[in-house]
Design a protein around this ligand. Structure first.
Ligand SMILES: C[S@@+](CC[C@H](N)C(=O)[O-])C[C@H]1O[C@@H](n2cnc3c(N)ncnc32)[C@H](O)[C@@H]1O
Length: 279
């Protein structure tokens, strides 16, 4: 911390506790072999997640954000979180595809046993959809659809659009998600291996941008450059401690876009509806 002069004694205690808690999480995570001790790793990361979502002291967060500890801890948590999200989504996807899955005998979304953050992500999609004007939306694309494409599945269930595409630059994510979609028999949804930074968005009326994508603001710039004037963009961006996990959108937001609405998402994140200026 650079200066403690303007901080109340109560917040100084809270700040010190925050640093100590984060250092402890870091030590616990560092001790683990992510592959062989996968379940313990998930358990600690789930705890980190809960902690991040419950932390709501804006003043202490601001002090932490300006401190030298922030960048150091960000580097560590960013990498652990990248691995965690990918591994967890894959774990969920594989469990849905295993022989015990009700999907194999009765492919219905109601039987889809989502848990963890795919479930909370799926539920948060309701908030996102409530911000969108669906009147003229025919084609949807999601940048960063992941191994477990819950946003695509949600949109298929809850809209009447013609076509839903998920793009991901990770080939394993595309392969696993396409297996899930095959089992669920959802022909309106497709997934494709593409990099969000190079994709042409001109065919899409609604674009979702996952919290995990990188480089987020450059992807948003590409969406701006190639999309229709009337495009609606739902982008996920971190709040408070979520900034240790994912790239913030607001710091470098394209000047020709504005935030038209926003809703909370799950732990340390929110969704914003972006529109082009002068539309
Ligand atoms: C883990 S998923 C989360 C999305 C979630 N499954 C959903 O339905 O909303 C995020 C994905 O973003 C992908 N990703 C990251 N950067 C990307 C980029 N530049 N272009 C395309 N995909 C990207 C990662 O490979 C990862 O699979």
């Amino acid at each position: 911390m650079n200066s403690s002069s303007s901080i109340s004694s109560e917040n100084l205690v809270a700040y010190k506790k925050l640093i100590s808690d984060l250092e402890n999480f870091k030590k616990n995570i560092e001790k683990l072999d992510y592959i062989r001790e996968k379940l313990q790793f998930f358990e600690v990361m789930n705890e980190v997640w809960r902690y991040f979502s419950e932390f709501d002291n804006d003043e202490v967060y601001e002090i932490f954000h300006q401190s030298s500890e922030f960048l150091e801890l960000r580097e560590f948590f960013y990498k652990s979180h990248q691995y965690y999200v990918r591994a967890w989504e894959t774990f969920e996807a594989v469990s849905v595809l295993t022989s015990n899955s009700p999907l194999l005998s009765k492919p219905s979304l109601k039987d889809l046993n989502l848990f963890g953050f795919s479930k909370s992500g799926y539920l948060a999609n309701i908030n996102e959809l409530s911000m969108v004007d669906m009147k003229d939306v025919k084609n949807i694309v999601l940048v960063g659809s992941g191994p477990m494409p819950h946003t695509l599945i949600f949109m298929n269930e809850n809209t009447k659009v013609d076509h839903i595409l998920g793009i991901d630059n990770n080939p394993e994510a595309v392969y696993i998600s396409s297996e899930i979609l095959k089992v669920l028999d959802l022909p309106k949804i497709q997934v494709s291996r593409e990099d969000g930074i190079k994709f042409d968005y001109s065919n899409y009326d609604l674009v979702f941008v996952s919290d995990f994508v990188s480089p987020k603001s450059k992807i948003i710039d590409k969406i701006f450059e190639t999309s229709k004037k009337s495009v609606q963009i739902i982008a996920r961006t971190p709040t408070r401690l979520g900034n240790l996990f994912n790239e913030s959108l607001e710091q470098n937001l394209n000047k020709n876009l504005f935030v038209s609405a926003e809703k909370p998402r799950h732990a340390g994140s929110k969704s914003v509806l972006l529109k082009k200026v002068n539309v």
